[in-house]
Design a protein around this ligand. Structure first.
Ligand code: NAP
Ligand code: F7E
Length: 323
């Protein structure tokens, strides 16, 4: 029988890749979508799946709409990817971020407990929970020390997922995903900001690229690889929590270097460090240890940072050329 999946955040980067992944496996995919005044389905169009999803209107902050979506879709699997996901904005909207990224996870878990207890649940947890790192390689046992309202909200979402699993024997898993990027990444995140600027500079439409802390280090992977890990978590007999990462960390500076080199330019000639983009509190370095995911899920990242940045720069060159 065809499986049914409900995805919150289906219009986002991961939502789009996951929807495509599940549709390719034959799932019926429902997308929980918050109404916006302008179009948010460009990613689904780029993947050619805009008309293959059943859309359910709602907002994670609205428990009634969450309940209705669960009752209507009766999902076998629910993936909670919806969030105010930009760390920088979380200082400007700390309460909204707390509600949508934290409290709203309880809206979903409660809706499942009451109306669909057999549904398997995936929570999009994050390496931002490690923040001021307490171990050189972060794994499932590393204590959290979040450094932003976003990270704090996600710690709530993470623990309420574990709490419902332990309290009500629900199949609820958390993926602690490190940064993952793609040509569908939002333009506000540093990799896409860089690849878009590289394309514009190469095509003579921009001169300089203003960035914040280019000494920050991140463990960057490809979103297309990471959505498979989400699905694998929900196929296990036991729900559990997993770190998903590459095990390689790189500075923003070196990531820029890769992007500029791909089009034959030097990053030093174009990058300007601008205090405007520094954060009130920084996460200086993240480096994940995905050994458990490799052992239990048989999951491995397939895309190197160089391949990822090349793919992103090429996509932005095509987009900017078409403008
Ligand atoms: P994204 O591109 O920013 O997508 C976020 C999605 O959430 C969008 O579809 C957005 O809808 C939706 N959303 C925002 N507020 C909502 C609300 N109040 N009600 C319903 N939907 C709402 O994020 P992403 O990169 O795909 O990340 C997916 C999830 O993984 C997020 O929870 C993020 O925090 C988490 N995560 C991401 C990474 C990463 O590196 N990408 C790493 C770890 C964890 P609109 O399009 O209408 O705004
Ligand atoms: O920043 C530095 C910035 O915004 C990465 C989200 O998906 O991953 C993402 O959060 C680093 C930071 O991602 C600029 O200070 C320098 O150190 O691309 P980012 P993030 O904050 O790591 C985690 C895992 C999530 O869960 C989040 O949802 O780059 N940086 N200069 C800059 N960052 C931005 N955005 N813009 C700059 O100009």
């Amino acid at each position: 029988m065809t499986k049914r999946a409900l995805i919150t955040g289906v219009t986002g980067q991961d939502g789009a890749y996951l929807a495509k992944f599940l549709l390719d496996k034959g799932y019926t995919v429902y997308g929980f979508v918050a109404r916006r005044s302008s179009d948010t389905r460009w990613r689904l169009r780029e993947l050619g799946i805009e008309n293959d999803i059943i859309y359910l209107d709602g907002d994670l902050a609205d428990a009634c709409s969450v309940q209705r979506a669960v009752i209507t879709s009766k999902p076998d699997e629910l993936y909670n990817l919806g969030a105010q996901s930009f760390v920088g904005s979380s200082w400007d909207q700390p309460v909204t971020t707390g509600i949508v990224d934290g409290i709203a996870v309880t809206h979903l878990l409660e809706a499942l407990r009451q109306f669909s207890p057999h549904t398997r649940f995936y929570q999009a947890s994050t390496s931002e929970m490690f923040g001021l790192i307490q171990a050189a390689h972060q794994d499932e046992n590393t204590p959290f020390y979040p450094r932003s309202p976003y990270g704090v909200a996600k710690v709530y979402g993470h623990w309420i997922t574990i709490n419902y699993r332990e309290s009500f024997a629900m199949h609820a898993s958390s993926g602690i995903l490190f940064n993952h990027e793609s040509p569908l990444r939002g333009i506000e995140f540093v990799t896409r900001k860089v690849t878009d600027a590289v394309a514009r500079i190469k095509l003579g439409k921009q001169q300089k690229l203003h960035l914040g802390n280019i000494d920050a280090k991140r463990d960057w992977g490809f979103a297309g690889d990471y959505v498979e890990a989400m699905w694998l978590m929900l196929q296990q007999e036991q729900a559990d929590d997993y770190v998903i990462a590459t095990g390689v960390t790189t500075t923003v500076r070196d990531m820029c270097k890769l992007a500029f080199e791909h089009v034959g330019l030097h990053h030093e000639d174009h990058v300007v460090v601008d205090p405007k983009f520094f954060r009130p509190a920084e996460v200086d370095i993240l480096l994940g240890n995905p050994a458990k995911a490799q052992r239990v899920l048989n999951w491995q990242p397939k895309t190197s940072l160089k391949e990822l940045i090349t793919m992103m720069v090429d996509a932005d060159l095509r987009r900017v050329t078409k403008e």
